[in-house]
Design a protein around this ligand. Structure first.
Ligand SMILES: NC(=O)c1ccc[n+]([C@@H]2O[C@H](COP(=O)([O-])OP(=O)(O)OC[C@H]3O[C@@H](n4cnc5c(N)ncnc54)[C@H](O)[C@@H]3O)[C@@H](O)[C@H]2O)c1
Length: 302
C-alpha cells in the first residue's frame, strides 16, 4: 500500500528539477499527478526555464509508473491560468488532495536601478504566484474534505543571501504565507507547510550565470569548480543535494505521516541556516593549509 493511494497531487514547476522529482516520488506512492509549468522564458532570467518537451517527459515518467498524469503549460503568475488548469485537472481526475507549489526562479541583482524590474519579476513569480496557485486550489481541497499545501521556500527563507534581496524577501514571505494559510484553512482540514532546501542540483542552481558567480577567476568553469564554495555554505560535508532528497520531505508533508503537522517551515538544508558565525571547520582547515603553504614559501625565499 502506498502513502498516497487514491490521492491526486498537483505540482507547479513540474517539468524538471525538484518538481519532476516530487511528481515521481508521489506517484511511486500511488498518487495521480497534475504537473504545470510555464515552459517559456521569463524576461530577465539568465538561464533557460523548462521546455514543453521536458513537461511531456515528466508526464511520460509518471505514466510509466502506472499512474495517471496530466501536464499543463501554465504561468503560475496568472490566477486565471491556474484556476483554468486546476479546474480542468479536477474535472478529469475527480479530486485534489495535495498541492506542491514548487515553481520558482533565481535572479540575483544588485542595488542599482536595474534591480527595480528584477524585484517585481521575482516577487511576482516566487511569492505572489504562490498565493494565486493556492487560491485556485483551495476550493478543490475543501471539496476533497481536506488536503495538504506544500510550498517550496529555501534556506533563503531563514537567512539573507548576497545579491539576492528579491529572492530572499519572497522566500521569507512564504513562511508568513504558510502560517496564515495553516490558520485560515485549519477548520477545513487543510494543512499548509513549507520545505526549505539547501543548494539543489538543478538548473536554477547549476547554470552558466551561477558558475561564473561562484568561480569568478576560472575560465569555462564546470559544476566541479562550484563544489568548494557551495560546500562552505553547508554544515554537513556536501555541496548540494539531489532533488530526490527534497521529495522525501514533500512526501512526508503530503502524507498522513504529517497528519497533525501544519504551519511549519521544514529545512532540508544540510545545516546551512544554523551555521555558527565565523569561519567553520571546513573553511578553517583550508585556510590553515594555505597559511602553512605561505609560511613555507616565505621561509624558502629567506
Ligand atoms: N536549486 C536550488 O539550489 C534551490 C535551493 C532552494 C530552493 N529552491 C527552490 O526550489 C524550487 C524548484 O526549483 P528547482 O531547483 O527545481 O529549479 P528548476 O529551474 O529546475 O525548476 C523550476 C521550475 O519552475 C518553472 N517556473 C518558473 N517560473 C514559473 C512560472 N511563473 N509558472 C510556472 N512555472 C514556472 C521553471 O520552468 C522550472 O521548470 C524553486 O522554488 C526554487 O526557488 C531551489
Amino acid at each position: 500500500m502506498g502513502k498516497m493511494d487514491g490521492k491526486v497531487a498537483l505540482i507547479t514547476g513540474g517539468a524538471r528539477g525538484q518538481g519532476r522529482s516530487h511528481a515521481i516520488r508521489l506517484a511511486e506512492e500511488g498518487a495521480d499527478i497534475v504537473v504545470t509549468d510555464i515552459c517559456e522564458q521569463i524576461e530577465g532570467v539568465h538561464y533557460p526555464l523548462a521546455t514543453k518537451e521536458e513537461l511531456d517527459e515528466t508526464v511520460a515518467l509518471v505514466e510509466k509508473l502506472g499512474r495517471r498524469c496530466l501536464g499543463y503549460q501554465a504561468d503560475a503568475r496568472s490566477g486565471d491560468q491556474m484556476r483554468e488548469v486546476t479546474d480542468a485537472a479536477v474535472a478529469e481526475l475527480g479530486r485534489l488532495d495535495t498541492v506542491a507549489i514548487n515553481h520558482g526562479i533565481g535572479l540575483p541583482h544588485g542595488t542599482d536601478a536595474d534591480s527595480l524590474s528584477i524585484w517585481d519579476t521575482v516577487i511576482d513569480t516566487n511569492l505572489s504566484a504562490v498565493w494565486r496557485t493556492a487560491v485556485a486550489a483551495i476550493p478543490h481541497l475543501r471539496n476533497s474534505g481536506g488536503g495538504s499545501i506544500i510550498v517550496t521556500g529555501s534556506a533563503a527563507s531563514l537567512v539573507g543571501l548576497y545579491n539576492n534581496a528579491a529572492y530572499t524577501t519572497a522566500k521569507h514571505g512564504l513562511i508568513g504565507l504558510v502560517k496564515c494559510l495553516a490558520a485560515d484553512l485549519s477548520q477545513d482540514g487543510i494543512r499548509a507547510n513549507a520545505v526549505l532546501p539547501t543548494n539543489v542540483n538543478t538548473k536554477l542552481f547549476v547554470n552558466d550565470y551561477n558558475l561564473s558567480r561562484f568561480c569568478p577567476n576560472k575560465e569555462n568553469p564546470t559544476i566541479d569548480d562550484m563544489r568548494f564554495t557551495a560546500q562552505s555554505l553547508n554544515l554537513l560535508p556536501i555541496p548540494w543535494v539531489e532533488p530526490e532528497v527534497i521529495s522525501h520531505a514533500v512526501l512526508y508533508l503530503a502524507s498522513d505521516d504529517a497528519k497533525y503537522v501544519t504551519g511549519i517551515a521544514l529545512p532540508v538544508d544540510a545545516g546551512m541556516t544554523i551555521q555558527p558565525p565565523g569561519i567553520g571547520p571546513f573553511l578553517g582547515a583550508r585556510l590553515g593549509e594555505l597559511e602553512y603553504q605561505l609560511k613555507e614559501a616565505r621561509e624558502a625565499r629567506g
